[in-house]
Design a protein around this ligand. Structure first.
Ligand code: TRP
Length: 460
């Protein structure tokens, strides 16, 4: 559906040009040195880009609240590709974050025709079962269904006022023929991403959404919409420092001191300004230039570092005054592991990936057929060495199965020097993958009767 320059989150056949996307959509590259206790996917550069990850990392550092929101489409079987997000979710959970899992049963109905009943069954017995086996802790994990959480739907509906069909056309490539349920799905996803910040779901705190790059359009939409709801904007000041500027809108005009006639009501405006300066002063700034008439407050000594805590404090004030006070979501992006036969992984093409419950034999058969970076003859291989960048079994060890960095490096050296042959690489991958799958399978068995522990009360 998407034409040039668009990412289509519902398609599985376009090749990913990471650097073009990073540049075009303004993602930041992950700086590994800023991540405390980096996980395997961080250390190996697989989680490579982000938006506002520093905000989430600050919460980890300060041990202040941090939420993670992830979502799953309950269609098809869970495979290795899906497990990458869960690996990141688990990492955030270990760093103290609380976890919310959205079952996108409405989206699956809208885009795949999956009934709510079969979506529910799939979500619990296929996905959540494997999430448990992958190590999510039910004590701080809460799974809900889009179809049974009215707060999410209400948010999606309300925030729909802040966007329009043209934006959907340009983000998603929607057109006149697009089914209206499909048009609603991204708004429900905006609701998913935003709602953990509502007071009933943990309140104002940064929410990070780890995704594959295909989901970035939803994050851009969410961030764009959230930006439009803000009552107070914080901008860098031209001559240094930061400026807080009022954003007067229909629903806050009176509160921010704009009368029905458009005139500024000095008394109300001054009262708002004293609240804002109070917040800024509480962050430790004494020097401020207020211009209530223009709706700006300059803080010359503030730096870009102060922006995030200041935004948080002003969002709290916005909430006190009756606004939504929403933080833009943070996000991280991982590279996709290649499909085993080249191309992309896809649940609908079983030969392209390994499913979480594939038998050892099925797995071994796929690894043996996988694309190899070996040379065409043994003599040539010994002479030139294998090419890890083309070798799927190596890549799967790197992405999934070899947890030990130094062992992985050793494998790479052996292969590139030609000492290890392509068949030996495949066998190594089969051995490690076999251990991995049987471990997951044992853990699945241990969790079979306990999946209810993951469900939110409204998902029971
Ligand atoms: N659209 C996602 C997918 O296709 C599922 C999803 C729904 C989701 N809501 C979400 C993902 C919120 C991340 C965050 O898999």
């Amino acid at each position: 559906m998407a034409g040039d320059g668009l990412i289509d989150p519902w398609s599985s056949d376009d090749e990913t040009d990471y650097s073009r996307i990073v540049e075009k959509f303004g993602l930041d590259m992950v700086d590994r040195s800023t991540i405390p206790n980096p996980g395997m996917l961080h250390r190996r550069g697989i989680v490579f880009a982000h938006r506002d990850l520093d905000v989430a990392l600050r919460s980890i550092r300060d041990k202040s609240p941090l939420g993670v929101l992830t979502g799953l489409m309950p269609s098809g079987r869970m495979h290795l590709g899906h497990s990458m997000v869960i690996e990141q979710v688990r990492w955030f959970q270990e760093q103290g974050a609380d976890i919310t899992v959205a079952v996108a049963d409405l989206e699956a109905m809208a885009t795949r025709g999956t009934s709510l009943g079969s979506g529910r069954e799939k979500a619990i017995n296929e996905y959540i079962h494997n999430y448990a086996a992958l190590g999510l802790d039910p004590d701080s994990t809460s799974v809900y269904f889009q179809s049974s959480r009215p707060d999410v739907q209400r948010l999606g509906f309300m925030l729909g006022r802040r966007t329009n069909l043209s934006e959907f056309e340009s983000i998603y490539g929607f057109s006149g023929e697009t089914n209206l349920a499909h048009v609603q799905a991204p708004l429900v996803q905006v609701g998913d991403i935003i709602h953990p910040q509502l007071d009933e779901y943990g309140g104002l705190r940064p929410i990070v959404v780890p995704v594959g790059i295909d989901q970035d359009p939803h994050l851009r939409l969410t961030r764009d919409i959230v930006g439009k709801t803000h009552w107070f904007n914080i901008k860098p000041r031209k001559s240094g420092g930061l400026t807080v500027a009022l954003s007067v809108q229909d629903d806050n005009a009176r509160l921010l001191g704009v009368g029905d006639d458009g005139r500024i009501d000095r008394e109300t405006r001054d009262r708002i300004f004293s609240r804002i300066s109070g917040v800024v002063a509480s962050l430790g700034f004494a020097d401020m230039n207020a211009n209530p008439k223009h709706g700006t407050l300059e803080i010359p000594a503030a730096t870009i570092e102060d922006r995030a805590p200041m935004r948080m404090a002003l969002l709290a004030l916005e909430r006190e005054l009756g606004g939504m006070g929403l933080m833009p979501p943070c996000s991280t992006y991982h590279r996709f592991a290649s499909g085993m036969t080249g191309g992309k992984m896809s649940s609908s093409k079983p030969e392209t990936t390994i499913f979480m419950n594939d038998s050892a034999d099925e797995m071994a058969r796929k690894v043996k057929r996988a694309i190899s970076g070996g040379q065409s003859t043994v003599e040539e291989h010994r002479r030139l060495g294998g090419d890890c960048s083309k070798d799927i079994p190596y890549q799967y060890l790197q992405f999934f199965f070899e947890l030990d960095d130094s062992a992985l490096l050793e494998i790479r050296r052996e292969y590139e020097s030609g000492r290890m042959l392509a068949g030996e690489m495949k066998q190594l991958c089969i051995d490690r993958a076999g251990e991995w799958l049987s471990d997951i399978s044992e853990k699945r068995d241990a969790w079979s009767d306990r999946l209810g522990e993951f469900l939110a009360p409204d998902a029971m």
